[in-house]
Design a protein around this ligand. Structure first.
Ligand code: 5GP
Length: 192
């Protein structure tokens, strides 16, 4: 009997405002064997965000308990909140041969590279810092102070881009999604 091939673990990072959410929604359309992991966070939900769908919204105590019980694959503090990947769901999907995308920031990505052999890392770049700031403002979901924090964090995050396996520039959503799709297909065919 043939053994089911493990799914591919794909890490996608990029500064807030790089367009990760839009690119990933486009990528997942018609992509049945790939899912996005739902992270846990201590950040408060934005308007329209649903618990269990966008994130698992936890208190700091709940999050810390998850860390203690080894239920978290990786985690990091970002702009004053904790974000992390619940371990069980990811491992189960990979065993079933389903590709799992982690949409996470750079510190968490480094932890995944350490722990998970074979993970493929992709950095999604905004076309420019000016464009990134314009997107953050255009979203209208964050206060000015938060936008400033995120722009500063973005400048730091961009420095980590050379550590990734691939860099994709998001100047056009459909194009960036197609490029990531091509990478996933190629990585799945790899022998070593
Ligand atoms: P946001 O608050 O805009 O939803 O996310 C802020 C940052 O946290 C983004 O860069 C996003 O990629 C990152 N992030 C979301 N979930 C996780 C996670 O599970 N782990 C880590 N390390 N970062 C995450």
């Amino acid at each position: 009997m043939t053994k089911t091939k493990q799914g591919l673990l794909i890490v996608i990072s990029g500064p807030s405002g790089a367009g990760k959410g839009t690119v990933l929604s486009s990528l997942l359309k018609g992509c049945e064997d790939t899912v996005i992991s739902v992270s846990a966070t201590t950040r408060k939900p934005r308007e329209g965000e649903k618990n269990g769908q966008n994130y698992y919204f936890l208190s700091r105590e709940e999050f810390e308990e998850l860390i203690r019980s080894d239920g978290i694959l990786e985690y990091a503090e970002y702009c004053g909140n904790l974000y992390g990947t619940p371990r069980r769901h990811v491992e189960e999907r990979l065993q079933m041969g389903i590709n799992v995308i982690l949409e996470i920031e750079v510190q968490g990505a480094a932890q995944v590279v350490e722990k998970c052999k074979g993970a493929v890392t992709i950095f999604l770049m905004p076309p420019s810092l000016a464009e990134l700031e314009a997107r953050l403002r255009g979203r209208g979901t964050e206060a000015e102070e938060v936008i400033q924090k995120r722009v500063a964090a973005a400048q730091q995050e961009l420095l980590a881009a050379p550590n990734y396996d691939y860099i994709i520039i998001n100047d056009e959503v459909e194009k960036a999604a197609a490029e990531i799709n091509a990478l996933i297909t190629a990585e799945k065919q790899k022998l070593h």
